[in-house]
Design a binder for this molecule. Structure first.
Ligand SMILES: [Fe+2]
Ligand SMILES: [Fe+2]
Length: 417
């Protein structure tokens, strides 16, 4: 239900449905979004809008927040069950199934909206932010609640719907990594919008070339390569288009070493938004299941992307891996516990990353190997950075990996441990 409240009643966790008064006085360009970080709460409280509309179905309502404040010091609710583990497992399965169902509905709705916005672009009409911003907001809410549900249902794409579902997936990935990076709400939505619109220029590429299953000829590839600039021109025609959406659209095929297109710009000349867009774009493209090609497994995709020297911003690529919880098997990483470990092969299709911790970074010595399961919550150990074997004096890294993956320390280390 939509409720009208005063600015001073605003709290984190509320879903903003709109602001009162002239839009020129609104604290954010986006009308609808989930209010999360304290700075944004302050921004609304200090604004001079006469009132705020909140949706208590998509976020907490004024009554709920008051009730939550009152309840905070009380004991957690106890649920009696004769077989608590089984009950929790059943609840987990039911929740996963319902999350997936909700995600499927959202993807279906989003696909229709983006399809009609892109059809407008195909006809030479401007893509309006107001046509698609609700989709960006809904994807943001869905990613905040269950990050993986939405991404799992966008992997399967038929030929005809590929560009639309790819746009939805890149939007979700951009939002997910932006949230992981702790960016503010307005920037998260800007980057989500940029992901949603990054390939709008493909509407200017003839369908037979766009959907060709086989190898493209040089002439056909030259036509494909026009889509970033075509998209940029389409978005420029829209009133008040967000800067990062223009930027990602025009530069998402640039590479850090200057070998990308359309301009071949390099390094820091490529904006943060475009560098992030390039990562999300390629990850979704290679992990998508399409009728004419096998999809890469997520771990294969991140391993290949990590190995492509000069293509991506590696710092951002590592943040991206953290945001999706997928790392290349065999990668040397540092854990929050200040141990070094290698990422183990996760054969199960959907599971948390596992790391074999074997070395104390503080003591600079081998420790008894321990398998650490990386969880979403902050109460366990976390992967905090990539490390390089040569910098730690690990000679013959490949042989070391073989020993460690068998759960054993390498011979010399085992003697000195
Ligand atoms: Fe593209
Ligand atoms: Fe793309």
């Amino acid at each position: 239900m939509i409720q009208k409240i005063r600015c001073d009643q605003i709290r984190a966790g509320m879903y903003i449905h709109g602001f009162g008064g002239s839009w020129l006085r609104h604290p954010f360009w986006s009308r609808r979004f989930l209010l999360e970080c304290p700075e944004d709460v302050e921004k609304v409280r200090n604004s001079d809008v006469p009132y705020v509309l909140v949706d208590d179905e998509l976020g907490i309502g004024p009554d709920q927040s008051a009730r939550q404040d009152a309840l905070r010091p009380t004991e957690p609710l106890r649920v009696e069950s004769r077989r608590p583990t089984e009950a929790a497992e059943n609840f987990g399965d039911e929740k996963r199934a319902s999350d997936k169902q909700q995600a499927q509905k959202l993807v279906l709705r989003s696909k229709k909206v983006i399809q009609s916005a892109f059809d407008r672009a195909r006809l030479g009409r401007a893509v309006r932010i107001s046509d698609v911003i609700d989709v960006v907001n809904e994807i943001n809410v869905s990613v905040a609640r269950t990050p993986h549900a939405l991404l799992s249902v966008t992997r399967l794409k038929t030929k005809d719907e590929y560009t639309y579902l790819h746009s939805v997936a890149v939007c979700a990935l951009m939002i997910n990594v932006s949230r992981h990076l702790g960016l503010d709400s307005a920037t998260i939505l800007d980057l989500g919008l940029a992901g949603l619109l990054h390939d709008v220029g493909k509407m200017g590429v003839p369908d037979p070339i766009l959907n060709k299953a086989g190898r493209l000829s040089d002439e056909e590839f030259a036509i494909i390569k026009t889509h970033p600039e075509q998209g940029y021109q389409m978005l420029c025609a829209a009133p008040n288009m967000v800067e990062s959406a223009l930027d990602v659209c025009r530069h998402h095929h640039e590479k850090l070493d200057g070998t990308g297109y359309p301009f071949g710009i390099e390094g820091s000349k490529i904006s943060f938004a475009a560098r992030l867009g390039a990562i999300c774009d390629v990850y979704d493209a290679v992990t998508s299941v399409r009728p004419y090609k096998d999809a890469w497994a997520p771990t294969e995709a991140v391993a290949a992307m990590w190995s492509w020297e000069g293509h991506f911003d590696r710092k951002l690529l590592f943040s991206f891996m953290q945001s999706i919880g997928i790392f290349p098997t065999g990668m040397l990483v540092r854990l929050r516990s200040n141990r070094l470990g290698i990422v183990l092969n996760n054969r199960r299709r959907v599971s948390r990353p596992r790391v074999l911790a074997f070395y104390s970074a503080r003591e600079k010595q081998f420790v008894n190997p321990e398998t650490v399961v990386i969880k979403d919550s902050l109460d366990g150990d976390q992967i905090i950075s990539p490390e390089f074997p040569s910098e730690w004096g690990f000679k013959d890294w490949e042989a070391m990996v073989n020993h460690l993956q068998d759960g054993r320390l390498p011979p010399l280390a085992a003697g000195g441990c």
